[in-house]
Design a binder for this molecule. Structure first.
Ligand code: HEC
Length: 109
């Protein structure tokens, strides 16, 4: 039931709905290399309640951030933004990796 809901959020293009941290943590980027990088970086905050980070897959939480545009989101990832650490604690990530992770976390586009 929970897994089915998470799969649907990743695969279906339905209206945005809030995710629980458990549902968020069940999601992963489809690409295996990216999923490995994600597991040890973004995921440690972006699936955890109370970190202040918008939960991965929660398009409601990401919507106002996405409005800033992809260039601003990438810049905030690389340079840091308030409680978001510069580089997102991923030393092996390229700009393309960050863009893919941002796309995945903000709604799976
Ligand atoms: C140590 C915890 C932590 C890690 C690790 C982390 N983030 Fe974040 N991230 C945050 C927090 C907290 C915010 C919310 C900052 C705010 O708006 O106050 C955030 C916000 C963001 C934003 C939105 C910035 C904006 O302009 O609204 C993006 C994009 C982002 N993170 C990308 C990433 C990516 C990509 C990774 C992995 C490579 C990552 N983060 C890893 C804590 C983290």
């Amino acid at each position: 039931m929970l897994a089915a809901a998470a799969m649907c959020l990743a695969a279906c293009n339905k209206a945005p709905e809030p995710l629980t941290p458990e549902q968020s943590a069940a999601l992963a980027p489809a690409d295996a290399r990216l999923a490995g990088l994600y597991e040890t970086s973004c995921k440690t905050c972006h699936t955890v309640a109370g970190t202040g980070a918008p939960l991965a897959g929660d398009r409601t939480a990401w919507a106002p951030r996405v409005k800033q545009g992809p260039a601003v989101l990438l810049e905030h990832t690389v340079q840091g933004y308030r409680a978001m650490p510069a580089g997102g604690q991923c030393s092996g990530c390229t700009a393309a990796d960050y863009e893919a992770m941002i796309g995945f976390m903000s709604g799976g586009r």
